[in-house]
Each structure stands twice: as structure tokens, then as C-alpha cells.
Design a protein. Structure first.
Length: 359
């Protein structure tokens, strides 16, 4: 066990935005939420999987919605904790431990804010090892656990409980409600025992995010050193360096969807494209695939190494695009069925990034 402080939050915000593959919400907004909560309520206990009791009640708290909305529609304190409190009311049991559902800009920091406010520890793990756009894209779903009941809240004071039959229906129903709530909401689902959580999560992800943030922060004046060290630590690859020459981005079906187009710079020539749905899903050079979901694709500022989320990409930015292997659970048959490129409508076979880049 160790304590997460305001200094920890600065590092986690950067590292989570890298692992969040462009999504999971804006890290600046998440950082403000978490730092304010820690300042008001005190540091948060971060516990490891080994310290988690088998009979503990572990509940995620996350934000749902399009990243373009969450920049302008900030979460209130009531909205942060309402789903968790409603879950406790339904189960007639107090929550013992908070867990992030994913690692992303807001969704790894919002749970820290909730943990501070409620005086609860947070688990050093999550259910993706990255960020994904849809609610069923979690390792708990892969393991066969039920998401029901799902509790939701918005900033207006509305609280909703749904009992979906599975994770796919949880996504469909919660997404529709989120749109009606103004494009963003807070959610708790997959209320599980410590024993169940241990069997399915991706471990140590908050610590990994913090270490990434530390590396990039310490090397902001020499970004290539920090980026290279991060790639070495995460067994990642540099895909290309480029200048953003066009962005096509739209809010559709509760997601931020689009394409980013790049012109290669420095030793990289040719035209590059990233396709995204909240998160980066495919990177390619012309028609050659460089990396696909569920492996991780991150866009970093070329000068500072700081990650750029999908909603912050803009014309003229000079960037370096990197990729990392995903957690092994996503490479299973079910994992690829749930979050592989074909799920998103791309007629592309998944090939592990290390095999593509090994060529």
C-alpha cells in the first residue's frame, strides 16, 4: 500500500493518456478532478492485487460519453459519487475498494477523486489495460461476469438503475441514456468480489501510468530520450513521425468518430492515417497496416512527448505515433471478437504489432 498525492496525479494523468490510446476522456479534466479531491479530502490509498481481500466488494466508477463533450461538461461532486452510493443501496452493502474500469485520461483519475471523497482505497489495476469506447470491452466481460446492476447519474441530479442481460445490452442501454443526459454520465457496474476481480483484471496499471508520466515529465526538454525509454519499458514501437494535415471528426451515436491524416516528416515519408472511435483503432501508411486494435496506438507531441487525445489533435501539430502490445486477454478468440478491428467494421485481420513491426 502507498498513498497517491497531488504529485502522483500529475504523473498518472500523462501516463494514463498514453495508455488511453487517445480516449478515456481529457487528462487535464481528470487531473483537476483528482487533485481537487485529494486537496479537499486527503491522499488516496493505492493497494495491490496481493493486498485485496477475497471477500471485498470492489466497484468501478467511470465516465461514459464522447470526449468532445467532457471537455465542456464537467463532472460535479454529486455526479461522481451518486452511482457508487446507489450501488451500495441496491446491494445493501458498503463498497470496500474502488477500481478504474479502464486506463484513460478521465477514467483513471475520476475513480481516484471518488476514492478520496469516500475515504476508500483504490486498486492498482483496471479491466482493460488501455481505454476502449464501449462498455462490454472489459476483461470482466471476457471472464463471463455480469455487469448488472448498472447505476448511472448526471450533473442534473438524475440517477438511473438498469438491469441489462449482458455487457452488450449494458452498452446499448447506458449509451442511449448517456445521450439523453447530455452526452456524458457517470457509471458503476460489475460490482464484484475481490476473488472475482483477481481472476480477470490487468494488474499494476496505475503504477505503470505513473512511471510513464514520470519518464516523460523528466525528459520534456529532450522528448526523444523520454519516448525511447518509454518504448523500451513497454516493449513498444515508433510507427512514424508526421505533421497533421487534416482531421475529420464528428459526434455520432455518443462517440467521437473520425480520421486523422498525417504527412511523414524527418526520416518518415509518405501519407499516414489514424482511424478512431474515441480511441485510436487503426494506424496505417497508405494502405499498409501499421497497428490495429486491440494493440495500443498513442499520438505524442514531437517536441515534448506529451500525449495528445483524439479531441485535442489539430491541423499542423507535429507528432510521433507509437504502439504497444495489448494485454494477452485481448488476443484471445473472445477478446478479438469483442474489440478486434472487425468488430468496428474494418475488414482487416488482427496481427500482433510486434509481428507487423518485426517485418
Amino acid at each position: 500500500m502507498r498513498l497517491l498525492t497531488e504529485e502522483s496525479i500529475e504523473k498518472i494523468a500523462i501516463g494514463a493518456a498514453v495508455l488511453g490510446t487517445g480516449g478515456g476522456g481529457d487528462p487535464y479534466v481528470g487531473k483537476l478532478l483528482a487533485k481537487q479531491a485529494i486537496k479537499k479530502y486527503g491522499p488516496v490509498k493505492l493497494i495491490s492485487i496481493e493486498e485485496l481481500e477475497d471477500d471485498a466488494l470492489v466497484v468501478p466508477v467511470s465516465g461514459m460519453g464522447a470526449p468532445t463533450i467532457t471537455i465542456e461538461k464537467l463532472l460535479s461532486e454529486v455526479e461522481l459519487t451518486a452511482p457508487l452510493e446507489k450501488m451500495e443501496e441496491l446491494l445493501n452493502k458498503k463498497v470496500d475498494v474502488i477500481i478504474p474500469i479502464e486506463i484513460g485520461g478521465i477514467n483513471s483519475l475520476m475513480p481516484i477523486a471518488v476514492a478520496a471523497q469516500k475515504g476508500l482505497p483504490i486498486l492498482d489495476a483496471d479491466a482493460m489495460g488501455r481505454a476502449f469506447p464501449e462498455a462490454q470491452m472489459v476483461t470482466f466481460y471476457l471472464a463471463g461476469y455480469k455487469s448488472s446492476p448498472v447505476t448511472m447519474a448526471d450533473e442534473k441530479g438524475n440517477t438511473v438503475v438498469i438491469y441489462p442481460k449482458d455487457g452488450i445490452w449494458a452498452e446499448r442501454l447506458a449509451r442511449t441514456l448517456t445521450i439523453e443526459m447530455g452526452g456524458s454520465s457517470s457509471v458503476s457496474d460489475y460490482a464484484l468480489s475481490g476473488k472475482q476481480v483477481k481472476s480477470a483484471v490487468v494488474e499494476n496499471t496505475l503504477t505503470i501510468a505513473e512511471n510513464i508520466g514520470k519518464t516523460l515529465m523528466e525528459n520534456r526538454s529532450n522528448a526523444q530520450v523520454g519516448i525511447n525509454k518509454m518504448l523500451e519499458d513497454l516493449k513498444g514501437y515508433k510507427l512514424f513521425e508526421g505533421k497533421i494535415v487534416d482531421i475529420k471528426r464528428e459526434l455520432k451515436g455518443g462517440f467521437t468518430r473520425g480520421h486523422a491524416y498525417f504527412k511523414g516528416i524527418n526520416e518518415y515519408t509518405g501519407d499516414y492515417t489514424i482511424l478512431f472511435q474515441n480511441e485510436h483503432l487503426i494506424a496505417k501508411k497508405d494502405d499498409e497496416i501499421l497497428c490495429t486494435t486491440p494493440d495500443l496506438i498513442a499520438v505524442l507531441d514531437l517536441e515534448t512527448g506529451i500525449p495528445i487525445t483524439t479531441e485535442r489533435m489539430k491541423y499542423g501539430s507535429r507528432v510521433v505515433v507509437v504502439a504497444f502490445p495489448c494485454n494477452y486477454q485481448w488476443r484471445s478468440e473472445k477478446g478479438l471478437e469483442v474489440a478486434g478491428p472487425k468488430y468496428f467494421g474494418y475488414e482487416v485481420d488482427y496481427v500482433p504489432v510486434e509481428k507487423i513491426q518485426g517485418k
